[in-house]
Ligand binder design. Structure first.
Ligand code: ACO
Length: 324
C-alpha cells in the first residue's frame, strides 16, 4: 500500500499587484523585475484576509476534487511561515473552518520546502493507517514584506494550494520524498525579529526586523545547486533518468533559477510547470498552487511521473516523486 493524491485545489487572493504598481512604491522597473525574476504580477490579500482564509478556500476545492467530506479527515497539516497568529496553529483555525471535527491539526514550518515536508508527513501517516490527510501550503508573504526594500518586496506573493492524501493499492501514488536542511545557512533568508530571540518591540518595528531579509545573490547560486541535487537524487532513487520526468513542478522563486536548473539536468522547458510570472514566490504555497493548475488544465495525466523540488529558508531543500 502507498499514499496518493486524491484531489488538488488552490486559491489566490483577488487583488493583483503588478510591476507597474511597484514602480510607484520603490525605485524599480517592470523591465528589471521581468529580466531578473520573470515575475509580472503577484496576488496580495485584502486587509483582514489571513493565511487560514486562503487555506480553507484551497482545501474546499481539494476536498471537492477528491470527493471527500471534511468530516472524514484524520489529520490537517498546514505548511506556512506566515500563519494567522503565533498561537494557535493555523491548522486549528482551518479545522474549525472546514468543520473537520475528528481531524488532528498542526502546522509545518520549513519555509518554501514546507509543502514537500508536510506531504512527507502525510505520506507516512497514510502508510501507517490514517485514512485521509489534508495538506495545505498557504502563505501571506505580503505581511512580512518591507515595502520600502526593492531587494525583496518585488519577489513575493500570497496564495494557497491544497491536496487530499489517501491510500491506494495501485501502482500510482507518492513514490518517495527526500528532505534536507543545512542550518549553517539560516541567515541567508530570514525574519530577524518578532520571535522569541527578538520579541516584538518599537525597535523591531522601526527597523522593520519583522520583515524578510535575504542575500539574494548567494541564495540564487545555492538554489540552483540544491535544486539540481534534489532532482537527481529523487529520480536516481527509482532507477529513473531525467527523461522519465513528465513534469517538474518546482518551487516558483525565479524564472532564471528554473531555467538554469532545467539546463543543468537537461530537462526541456516545456516539461517544467511555471506560474511565477503570475504569482511571484508564494513560499510553501507555490508547489501546490502550480500543481493544482497543471492538474486542472489537463497537463498532468494518469500514469505520468511528476517530480516536485524546492529550496528555501533554513536552508532547506526537498523533493518528491509521484506517479500520477
Ligand atoms: N529593482 C531595481 N534594481 C534592483 C532591485 C529592484 N527590484 N533589486 C535589487 N536591485 C539592484 C541592486 O540594488 C543592485 O544594484 P547595485 O549594483 O547598484 O548595488 C543590482 O540591482 C543587482 O543586485 P543583485 O542582488 O546582484 O541582483 P541579482 O541579479 O542577484 O538579482 C534577485 C536579484 C532577483 C533577488 C536574485 O538574486 C534572486 O532571485 N535570488 C534568489 C531569491 C530567491 O529565490 N529567494 C528564495 C526565497 S525562499 C524563502 O524561503 C522565502
Amino acid at each position: 500500500m502507498r499514499s496518493r493524491i486524491l484531489g488538488t485545489g488552490s486559491c489566490a487572493p483577488q487583488r493583483v499587484l503588478t510591476n507597474a504598481d511597484l514602480e510607484r512604491m520603490v525605485a524599480t522597473s517592470d523591465a528589471w523585475i521581468v529580466e531578473r525574476t520573470g515575475i509580472r504580477q503577484r496576488r496580495v490579500v485584502a486587509p483582514g484576509e489571513a493565511c487560514s482564509d486562503l487555506g480553507i478556500r484551497a482545501a474546499r476545492r481539494a476536498l471537492a476534487a477528491a470527493n471527500i467530506q471534511s468530516s472524514e479527515l484524520d489529520l490537517i497539516l498546514v505548511a506556512t511561515c506566515t500563519g494567522d497568529v503565533p498561537l494557535p496553529p493555523t491548522a486549528s483555525v482551518v479545522q474549525h473552518g472546514l468543520g473537520a471535527a475528528k481531524a488532528a491539526a498542526c502546522d509545518v514550518s520549513a519555509a518554501c520546502c514546507g509543502f514537500i515536508y508536510a506531504l512527507s508527513v502525510a505520506d507516512a501517516f497514510v502508510c501507517t493507517g490514517y485514512r485521509y490527510v489534508l495538506v495545505i501550503g498557504s502563505e501571506v508573504m505580503s505581511t512580512v514584506m518591507d515595502w520600502t526594500d526593492r531587494n525583496t518586496c518585488v519577489l513575493f506573493g500570497d496564495g494557497a494550494g491544497a491536496v487530499v492524501v489517501g491510500s491506494t493499492e495501485a501502482e500510482c501514488g507518492i513514490l518517495s520524498t527526500h528532505l534536507h536542511a543545512d542550518g549553517r545557512l539560516s541567515d541567508l533568508i530570514h525574519v530577524p525579529g518578532g520571535g522569541s530571540s527578538l520579541p516584538p518591540s518599537e525597535h523591531v518595528v522601526a527597523e522593520r526586523l519583522q520583515c524578510v531579509k535575504m542575500r539574494g545573490n548567494e541564495t540564487f547560486k545555492i538554489a540552483v545547486k540544491t535544486m539540481e541535487e534534489a532532482i537527481r537524487e529523487a529520480v536516481a532513487d527509482h532507477g529513473f533518468g531525467i527523461d522519465d520526468i513528465d513534469w517538474l513542478v518546482p518551487h516558483q522563486a525565479n524564472i532564471r533559477i528554473l531555467r538554469a536548473v532545467g539546463q543543468r539536468i537537461g530537462l526541456p522547458p516545456e516539461r517544467v510547470v511555471i506560474n511565477v510570472d503570475r504569482f511571484g514566490n508564494t513560499s510553501a504555497a507555490s508547489i501546490p498552487l502550480a500543481l493544482d493548475e497543471a492538474v486542472r488544465n489537463g497537463a498532468v495525466q494518469p500514469g505520468q511521473v511528476v517530480v516536485m523540488a524546492a529550496f528555501g529558508a533554513g536552508l532547506t531543500w526537498a523533493s518528491g516523486v509521484i506517479r500520477w
